[in-house]
Structures are given as C-alpha cells and as structure tokens.
Design a protein around this ligand. Structure first.
Ligand code: 13P
Ligand code: SF4
Length: 303
C-alpha cells in the first residue's frame, strides 16, 4: 500500500515539476520520500535554491509561509493544511508596537516559528541554529525576542552585554520534557550524552551536554565518538539519527516528545497535494514584502 503511494508520489512530482521539502519532525515514511529534509533554517534556505516551480511542504504552516515569502513566484502547497505550530501565534502585533514605543532602539528578533504577520513587524528572523550568532552581531543593545521565551533566555544567557525583553511564548512539546524524568533517564543510561533543543526549559538545558537545532543534534550525534544519547526534542529526529547511526543507541525522556501538528503530515496528504495543488499558501502581497525583509536579513547574517 505504502509502496504504491510512494511510487505515485514520485510520478506526480515529475509530472507537476514539484519538489518535496520535509522537516525532521514529520514521520519517517514522509522524510523518506522527501527530496530535502532539514531543520527550519536549511528548509528556508533550500527553498530559495530549488529549480522546481512548485514546493510541496511537509511541515507546519510557518515553514510553508517562509518558503512562499522568500519565493513569491513559486507555488507552495502544504501536505497538510491544518498542521500549525501553536507557538507561532503566541505574540501579537500590539505587543511589538508597545515594546517599540518603550524602547525606540530595540531590535525585534523573531524566531521563524511565527506567523507572516508577526514577521512583517519584526527586524530580523532567527532559527535555533543561528539565533546566538545573529543576535550577538546586531548593533542594538535592546533585544525583544519573540515568540519563544526559552530560546530567548538561552541566547540571553550567553550575551550579558545585551538587554533582553522576553515574550511568554513556548513550545508545549519541549516544555513537557521534565527535569525529574531526564534525571531518571540519565541514571538509567549514565554513559549517555544529553542532546537538547533550545526550546526546552532552562533546567533541562543545564543538564545537557549539547544544545542545538534538530540538524545540529543529528550532526553532533553522528560525529561523536560516544555511542549512547538521550534526546530532548521531538521524536521525529530519531528517524534520521537511526538512519545515520544504525549502531548507536538513542533514548527519549518520557512519552510526550510528540508534536501532534507535525504528525498530521501523511503520505496520503502529500499525494493529494500533488494531485490537487491544494492547499496553496497565499499571502497578502504587502505583508509578504514586509515579512521578506527580516527573513532575507537572516539568510544574509547567518551565512
Ligand atoms: P529546528 O529549526 O531546530 O528544526 O526546530 C524547529 C522546531 O519547530 C522546533 O520545535
Ligand atoms: Fe511548534 Fe513545538 Fe511542534 Fe516545533 S515541536 S512545530 S515549536 S509545537
């Protein structure tokens, strides 16, 4: 059954001049049929380089929006139109405007896990792989970091020369990884290194050996001489971790490392998106142009 769908997807992709991009959190079987799989930064960047006229996005809506913002001439279709990241909605335009009034020299630093509307009000975008580098090199002392408080605090802890204003957004998946459970996992696997995404809370980061984006976690585990790891991020990364390191052992912490939105993306949805070219990402052109500025700035500053 799956083989049949996979073959149809390959056929449709050629017929429709489409390329499939997928995030590491979608199911392994979807990652398997994708042309490019990566973290949010890689996916935003590769979307600007692929020659195909249509991008089928296997991820949540902010990822498809970023691809469209950066490539207005391409058609961007979501493999699932309901897959959305709750954190992307955890700040509003009024709050940004209030902070700008209070701190006229502030730089509004917007994690890509945000809506196009929020990006359009921001100065620069960042992802978990480049936030530290980009914020460090900004000339502004005042930084309003939106929407994720945990990533903001992780960056701030390494830049004491800056003044940060935080927003109270969070990822429910990473927040559900608890210190007591991590301690138990460490006791059960004392030889393991703990690899963690910076959306986790500070007490988890403190117990970690490495903190990075999904791609950086996979790279670290692959290059490490260690053979055992505890992974503090969404379960989807286990697919690539096992693909690249069949002999190594990877453990999760508890059973809640599961993003229900990313898991909405299914092979059937990819096939349907290729057949119907729906749901297509469409944005108001004025907003798109405004949102493109901080995203383009990110691509320039992260390079
Ligand atoms: P990455 O950019 O590390 O892939 O993270 C995206 C994300 O949604 C984390 O929850
Ligand atoms: Fe959003 Fe968290 Fe899911 Fe990432 S894991 S897409 S931040 S809800």
């Amino acid at each position: 059954m799956n083989e049949e769908i996979k073959n149809e997807i390959q056929k449709l992709k050629k017929e429709k001049d489409a390329v499939i991009l997928a995030h590491y959190y979608v199911d392994g079987e979807v990652q398997e049929i994708a042309d490019y799989v990566g973290d949010s930064y890689y996916l935003a960047e590769i979307a600007t380089k692929v020659p195909e006229s249509t991008i089928v996005f296997c991820g949540v809506s902010f990822m498809g929006e970023s691809a469209k913002i950066l490539n207005p001439k391409k058609r961007v279709v979501m493999a699932d139109g309901h897959a959305d990241c709750p954190m992307a909605h955890m700040v509003d335009v009024d709050k940004i405007r209030e902070v700008r009034k209070e701190y006229p020299d502030v730089s509004v630093v917007c994690y890509v896990n945000s809506t196009a509307e929020i990006k359009a009000e921001s100065d620069v975008c960042v992802t978990s792989s480049n936030a530290l580098k980009i914020v460090k090199n900004l000339p502004n002392k005042d930084i309003f970091f939106i929407p994720d408080e945990n990533l903001g605090r992780f960056v701030a802890s390494q830049l004491p020369e800056k003044h940060f204003i935080f927003n109270d957004g969070f990822c429910h998946v990473h927040k559900s990884i608890h210190k007591e459970e991590l301690q138990k996992a460490k006791e059960a696997h004392p030889e393991a290194l703990v690899l963690t995404h910076p959306e986790c809370t500070g007490d988890i980061l403190e117990l970690s050996d490495f903190i990075g984006s999904t791609s950086q976690i996979i790279d670290y585990a692959t290059k490490s001489e260690n053979n055992t790891f505890i992974i503090c991020t969404e379960m989807g990364v286990f697919y690539e971790l096992h693909q690249k390191n069949p002999e190594k052992k990877f453990y999760s912490v508890g059973h809640r490392q599961f993003c229900p939105n990313m898991k909405m993306v299914r092979l059937e949805g990819v096939k349907e998106a290729l057949e119907t070219m729906q749901p297509e990402v469409n944005l108001d052109e004025e907003m798109r142009q405004k949102a493109a500025l901080p995203l383009e700035k990110m691509l320039k500053l992260a390079a």
